[in-house]
Design a protein around this ligand. Structure first.
Ligand code: ADP
Ligand code: MG
Length: 668
């Protein structure tokens, strides 16, 4: 069996599933093996029928005596069976699964796992998992049964069957981890790990498998960081002149309308140091929304200009690009530095020093004759491909990446081990914490009244964030936002002016809505969570978030950061109808903690890393099995990576595997 067979080229039955499987990241047969169960159903207690007890989660094996479809008095379908073994007989009931009598027939030897219930006439099992026993083996019952991430039309049961089939045919799996690492870290071999992660004999075996595969995943992450770092630093460059322009740089900083915070000064120093070295800078500037990252980048761009270099300033959206353009233009035009905005339509042939735009900047039309600095806002990782693009253009620029995503330090150091890290952990003076309240359904009306009062009496402006219905912003989410917009406009805030913003608007329309809001022609902006990426509207002071429990704390923190940008007291109302005490406790943290990294750290503990950022946060790769909260693992694998990095070429299979997982973890 060739594990590299793409799903689309495999058997016909797979072909039908290709699109659904792609959603789960399964493109090749191989990917099934690395589709990791997130838990196991414990069906390992096997009992004879006369031994079972009420309430037990148990597996029985026996013969089908009778099985049939029947109907309740209300015409709901019902499946009834009688199963017997050498010791007795038991009744089984399923609801509304008329296909079961086709799968299990009289006289079949079957295995059933489920809860036992006491009825008037003895025990029964209701809706157990079931299968016909073939070759004395069971897959879905009578063992620890793997439960997988599913998607519509692809059940755990179906995945389980595929994995089982593949594992049966596959005899051995070549290990790619150097034997010394396996030994020193007390790991099991890869073949055993893959078999055991899917079909462990017991919990301990599952644990060992998880340890081994987590180790692999984290190790590869470190190796790939080390590799990128080495690649990045391969080419020496001529250090820029910084000392020569000390006075000019200081004057520029003095001319700013504010004094830099201590954190900003530190970050500027770190950046200047990089620019002054013979290796291209590759730095991540992390700071909460409003911590003032832009100006740090602007100073770097100024130094680029002084050294005769151009800067490309890239933002993830056109809205943000426009905003950066305005900021930079106001700083630079007075100094005679030419700033240009490149939108998807524009073609500019004038000479420029600073180009602002989306990522299209470095791909297409824009001709740089002396690109020296690339600033990327809100994208943690400069795509390998983009880097290659720049090399093709013959440029080896300094790179400054900025993010407001509160990444816990340990995560940043693992994930972005190739980057140097500067953190703005301090807000500019005079900022007031955003008062944050959790609002249960009972207080919804009051909250609306309060908002009306604030808008009418104090001229406040409000963001209302609709829930993200599905993972990415698709039509379902947009429809929901439209509906909420209409409800609010007609029923709740009929005497106020509302606008609607969502990702499916044309960029022109978005701009119009935003400028209307910015110019106070709107009181309330109803929006899908797209605004998260960051727009600066200082006059907005109230942030209302619907179904806040759907967001991670770090995301909520980012949304909250859209207000409180001016000097007026701002507010954040977290609507939730959840009654789950843990959820409420998690959300309550928003009322007390105002530091992004702290909230991220907390969410990492409470919900696990898969959930901190949600899927709409780009640039944060999701781990399949390892966990960023496992500091021990991070440390162990880091040491292992250092140990073998210099002789990596001795392990071509490992190199291959790092490349492969790189592609998966950081899709471009
Ligand atoms: P972010 O880090 O979210 O990108 P910005 O760079 O957009 O933040 O800055 C947010 C606002 O704070 C801007 O209006 C900016 O002019 C202002 N600002 C930046 N640094 C300072 C400072 N040291 N003191 C006062 N205001 C500042
Ligand atoms: Mg910003």
């Amino acid at each position: 069996m060739d594990l590299n067979t793409p799903i689309t080229g495999a058997s016909r039955s797979y072909k039908m599933y290709a699109r659904r499987l792609a959603k789960l990241g399964i493109f090749k047969l191989y990917d099934f093996l690395f589709h990791i169960p997130f838990r196991y159903e414990d069906y390992s207690l096997i009992s004879q029928i006369n031994q079972i007890q009420a309430g037990e989660l148990v597996t029985i094996k026996g013969r089908v005596e009778k099985i049939e479809n029947s109907y309740t008095r209300r015409w709901k379908s019902l499946q009834k069976a009688k199963i017997s073994d050498n010791t007795g007989t038991i009744d089984i009931i399923w609801f509304n699964q008329p296909y079961i009598p086709k799968a299990l027939k009289a006289k079949d030897e079957v295995s059933l796992s489920g809860k036992v219930q006491q009825e008037k006439n003895g025990f029964i099992m209701i809706s157990p998992d079931y299968e016909v026993i073939l070759n004395n083996q069971t897959i879905h019952t009578g063992r620890l049964v793997p439960i997988y991430p599913e998607t519509k039309g692809v059940s755990s049961k179906w995945i389980r069957r595929q994995v089982f089939k593949i594992l049966e045919e596959l005899k051995n799996f070549d290990d790619y981890i150097p034997a010394e690492l396996i030994k020193n870290n007390n790991l099991i071999d890869l073949s055993s790990a893959i078999k055991a992660i899917h079909f462990p004999k017991n919990q301990n075996e599952a644990k060992k498998a998880r340890e081994r595969l987590s180790f692999d995943e984290m190790l590869k992450l470190h190796l790939s960081s080390l590799n990128r770092k080495r690649e990045w630093q391969k080419e020496k460059i001529k250090p820029w002149n910084v000392g020569l322009f000390n006075k000019k740089i200081a004057d520029f900083i003095k001319s700013l309308p504010f004094e830099l915070t201590v954190a900003q000064k530190r970050a500027v120093d770190e950046v200047l140091n990089d620019l002054n070295s013979d290796k291209p800078m590759n730095r991540l500037l992390e700071g909460d929304v409003g911590s003032g990252k832009t100006v740090v980048a602007a100073i770097a761009a100024y130094v680029a200009y002084l050294n005769g270099f151009q800067t490309a300033f890239m933002a993830p959206t056109e809205i943000l690009a426009r905003q950066h353009f305005k900021t930079l233009a106001s700083l630079f035009l007075p100094l005679g530095i030419a700033v240009e905005l490149f939108s998807s339509e524009s073609k500019i042939n004038r000479r420029f020093d600073v180009a602002v735009g989306t990522h299209a900047l470095i791909y297409k039309k824009v001709k740089f004759d002396k690109l020296g600095l690339v600033v990327i806002d809100e994208q943690q990782r400069f795509g390998v491909e983009q880097r290659a693009m720049l090399r093709l253009k013959g440029q080896n620029p300094h790179l400054l990446t900025m993010t407001a995503t509160p990444i816990p330090r340990t995560v940043a150091l693992t994930m972005y081990g190739d980057l140097d890290l500067s953190i703005l952990d301090e807000m500019p003076k005079g900022r007031i914490n955003i008062k944050t309240w959790l609002v249960p359904p009972l207080k919804r009306e009051n909250a609306y009244e309060w908002i009306k009062g604030k808008v009418k009496k104090e001229n406040d402006q409000v963001f209302i964030i609709c829930p993200l219905i599905e993972e990415s912003e698709n039509m379902t989410t947009v429809k929901a936002a439209k509906k909420e917009f209409e409800r609010l406009s007609s029923e709740v805030f009929s005497d106020l002016k509302l606008g609607l913003l969502h990702g499916k608007l044309k960029s022109r329309e978005k701009e119009d809505v935003l400028s209307a809001f910015k110019n106070r022609r709107l009181d309330i902006l109803v929006s899908t969570p797209v605004v998260e990426v960051g727009i600066d509207i200082p006059s907005a002071t109230i942030m209302l978030i619907e179904e806040s429990e759907r967001f991670g704390l770090a995301q909520l923190h980012q949304l909250r950061g859209r207000v409180g940008r001016g000097n007026k007291q701002s507010f954040c109302l977290l609507f939730t109808s959840s009654t789950n005490p843990q959820t409420l406790k998690r959300l309550k943290a928003m009322e007390q903690i105002y530091s992004g990294p702290k909230l991220a750290e907390l969410d990492l503990k409470l919900r696990g890393p898969g959930n901190i950022y949600g899927t709409m946060q780009h640039g944060i790769p999701m781990l399949k099995i390892a966990s960023f909260s496992d500091l021990d693992l991070i440390q162990k694998t880091k040491e292992a990576a250092m140990q073998i990095f210099n002789k990596l070429s001795d392990y071509p299979k490992l190199v291959e595997s790092v490349k492969l997982s790189d592609k998966k973890i950081y899709p471009d």
